[in-house]
Design a protein around this ligand. Structure first.
Ligand code: AMP
Length: 468
């Protein structure tokens, strides 16, 4: 048989030179989206500070056992969704599908039991689930979360939920809390018997048939319509709580009432992970449909997780919230976020000498706490003015050969287009004075982004210079 002729058509890219793209379910976060990310991160950090949570970062990869033992082998996450592989040393490792178990591991590993209790931690980072990608569902997504370890007080439950409510409010999102109690292992035993009895002859989906054997509680939050219909008449878990669990839950609800948080009792809310007990909850945008696709976040008590990982008994509670989901809601609600790419001043230059001098000027402005931008890689004035417009600069300082000779500089008001020539050494004080006189006064930014006394002092000094 004649050999198949090689593809000699050079206009077609060969397979190996085809464009490489992000993997399915993975996304780049482009510069134009960063303002949403920065906005949410700042609010989360501020909330954490206000409520005395300390930040923790855990590794992205952990031993697979950590999740198998805690999240549960029968959970969707462990049975279907983990990115698990063998590393070069032959160890089975997993890209973290959630961050509560890693935090509990860290609590034990770093002896946090000896710290003042409860230990309050928050985190922010990517998690990975081999899920079916669709709108609002990715294979890599970001979660922020808050965990309180070392307290079984019902007040901690309600305060955590009230704090979450405040946080979403600060983002401009009004939420509704769906809440339930799944009791403790003791009161659950009776309930599971009752539930199994109720479900035994029902025509459940294939997954639920397995769940009924391994973890019957999980049947309660099956998304299949036929299972949902069957579950309408299922016995509610809340009727089976033991006295201490019931008391705990009633107190949590009272705390939410006192805190003015809107909640809905949802006896089907068991959450998909093995480690939860007592209070479980999920956050939804007020007025939206309930369903895993729509939840902004969720969490619950995990009083036995630390012990399960080999630590001492440590009651705990926490929640995780998806960043991408929150961004989707911010966009849907058309919530405007201040564009951080605004500048007070832009420094433009023409010619080699001017470039060096304006670089020094740029640095001096920056050190004085003024938000200044430049585009020194561009040579033409037109390109630089375009860049100044892109960052919404209020003023542009323009330095050319002539200005260097005259020791002057051009100050252009970007709104009116009016230009004036001022002495070079008056450039900084003049800018400060102009910025002070615009509405809202001069925003002072130190190198870490906050206003500081030193910068305020230098502005006051500059007023003196201008007066003289
Ligand atoms: P969970 O740990 O499953 O309760 O998830 C907590 C939150 O993370 C959810 O409420 C979502 O906001 C977010 N989340 C969960 N899975 C995904 C996913 N595959 N893609 C994007 N966000 C997700």
């Amino acid at each position: 048989m004649p050999k198949k002729a090689k593809n000699l058509d050079k206009s077609k890219p060969s397979k190996s030179s085809r464009k490489i793209q992000t993997l399915k379910g993975f996304r780049d976060i482009l510069p134009e989206h960063q303002k949403f990310w920065g906005f949410i991160f700042d609010k989360v950090r501020k909330t954490a500070e206000d409520f005395s949570y300390e930040k923790i970062d855990t590794p992205i990869i952990e031993s697979t056992k950590l999740f198998e033992r805690t999240v549960g082998e029968s959970s969707d996450i462990v049975s279907k969704e983990m990115f698990t592989f063998e590393d070069k040393g032959g160890d089975k490792v997993t890209l973290r599908p959630e961050i509560t178990a890693p935090v509990a591991r860290a609590y034990i590993e770093h002896g946090m039991l000896t710290w003042p209790q409860p230990v309050k931690l928050w985190y922010w980072g990517p998690v990975f689930r081999y899920d079916k990608p669709q709108a609002g569902r990715y294979r890599q997504f970001y979660q922020f979360g808050f965990e309180v370890l070392g307290s079984d007080s019902n007040k901690v439950d309600s305060q955590l939920i009230i704090m979450a409510n405040n946080l979403y409010k600060s983002l401009g999102l009004d939420i509704e809390v769906q809440i339930n109690s799944i009791g403790c292992p003791e009161c659950r035993k009776e309930y599971i018997k009752e539930l199994k009895e109720f479900l035994k002859d029902k025509k459940l989906c294939t997954d639920c048939k397995k769940r009924l054997e391994v973890n019957p509680l999980r049947v309660l939050d099956c998304k299949e319509t036929k299972c949902q219909e069957i579950l309408v008449d299922a016995p509610p878990i809340l009727d089976n709580l033991c006295e201490p669990c019931n008391k705990h839950f009633v107190k949590v609800l009272e705390g939410l009432d006192d805190g003015g948080v809107a909640y809905v009792l949802n006896p089907k809310l068991v959450r998909g992970l093995d480690y939860y007990n007592r209070t479980t909850f999920e956050f939804y945008l007020a007025g939206e449909d309930i369903g895993s696709q729509n939840a902004l976040g969720g969490g619950g008590r995990y009083d036995y997780l630390v012990e399960q990982l080999g630590g001492r008994p440590t009651p705990a509670i926490g929640f995780a919230s998806g960043v991408e989901r929150a961004i989707i809601k911010l966009k849907e609600k058309d919530i405007k976020i201040k564009d951080e790419t605004t500048a007070d001043v832009f420094v433009a230059q023409l010619g080699e000498d001017a470039r060096q001098k304006s670089l020094n000027l740029f640095n001096d402005l920056r050190k004085q706490g003024i938000k200044v931008r430049q585009a020194f890689a561009k040579k033409g004035l037109g390109d630089q003015m375009e860049a100044a417009n892109r960052v919404n600069a209020k003023y542009t300082l323009i330095l050319g050969q002539k200005e260097i000779m005259d020791e002057t500089i051009i100050l252009r008001d970007m709104d009116s287009g009016i230009q004036e020539v001022i002495p070079f050494e008056k450039a900084i004080p003049t800018i400060k004075q102009r910025l002070l006189s615009v509405e809202g006064g001069l925003k002072v930014y130190s190198e870490n982004g906050n206003g500081n006394e030193e910068s305020k002092q230098s502005i006051d000094n500059s007023k003196e210079v201008i007066k003289s």
